[in-house]
Design a protein around this ligand. Structure first.
Ligand SMILES: [Zn+2]
Length: 252
């Protein structure tokens, strides 16, 4: 309970927090957790970007897997954690959300400033001409029997607008995330195991500027030792409870 009170005090003092979110924020929404035991990557070997570019067979495997996992993404809805962050932003107390998630649920919950480090599964892009469109249209083509969708404009390969294995994060996206981290007076690290670099370097950047870190995750993380408070548990339960406590005017 002492940790919960310390977390409430951190939130009550903060005026421009930044949230850094990972898969644990979306599991309650039914979004598959790629890296967990029994997760997608234990059933499918991921197609790397070099493989995708090199062979039509790899592109067919890629789109087979995207097709089979699309329903889970399409049906997912924001949960109480997404909604709590959108509320915090609308109160003017959150600079934004930097997320490792590709599901678009922060925006659907009403968050306006969202930096998607790993891109978005809701869009598809052409690796030939850079065309970018809604993923739902490509999935309609897949459902109609296409196996390797190509760009209607240039014939180039279509790929989800996500960062694949073997694909570098976009420099401008990373820079925006680091700029937010440097401006934050509190870092909320939510549902991320903080093991994927360079994404995990963003919370470290905020910490090195002196911003306290509040971690909420089901499992211990490598940065727990740097955190002012590290809470074990479900984000969708703990974060709304903390914000309700702050809103109720508990002494800071
Ligand atoms: Zn194209």
């Amino acid at each position: 309970m002492r940790d919960l009170e310390a977390a409430r005090r951190l939130l009550a003092r903060s005026r421009q927090a930044l949230a850094f979110t990972g898969a644990g924020v979306s599991t309650a929404s039914g979004v598959p957790d790629f890296r967990s035991p029994g997760g997608i990557w234990s059933r499918y070997r991921p197609v790397t970007l070099p493989e995708f570019l090199a062979s039509a067979e790899a592109r067919r495997r890629y789109w087979t897997y995207k097709k089979e996992t699309w329903a889970d993404f399409a049906q997912a809805r924001p949960n109480a954690a997404h909604e709590a962050l959108a509320r915090l932003e609308s109160q003017g107390r959150l600079l934004g959300v930097v997320t490792q998630n590709i599901d678009g649920l922060h925006q659907e919950a009403g968050s306006r400033k969202v930096v998607e480090l790993h891109g978005t599964n809701r869009r598809v892009e052409c690796l030939g001409c850079g065309w970018n469109g809604p993923a739902a249209e490509t999935h309609e083509r897949l459902a109609a029997g296409e196996e390797v969708p190509a760009c209607a404009g240039c014939g180039g390969p279509l790929k989800a607008a996500t960062i694949s294995f073997g694909q570098a994060l976009r420099p401008e996206v990373l820079e925006e995330a680091f700029a937010l981290a440097r401006a934050a007076d509190l870092l909320l690290v939510l549902g991320s195991s903080l093991v994927v670099y360079p994404a995990a370097a963003i919370p470290e950047a905020a910490a090195s500027q002196g911003a306290p870190m509040l971690i909420i995750n089901r499992e211990p993380t490598p940065l727990d030792g740097l955190a002012a408070v590290a809470l074990r548990g479900e984000v969708e339960r703990l974060l709304p409870a903390l914000l309700d406590g702050v809103a109720a005017g508990e002494p800071a």
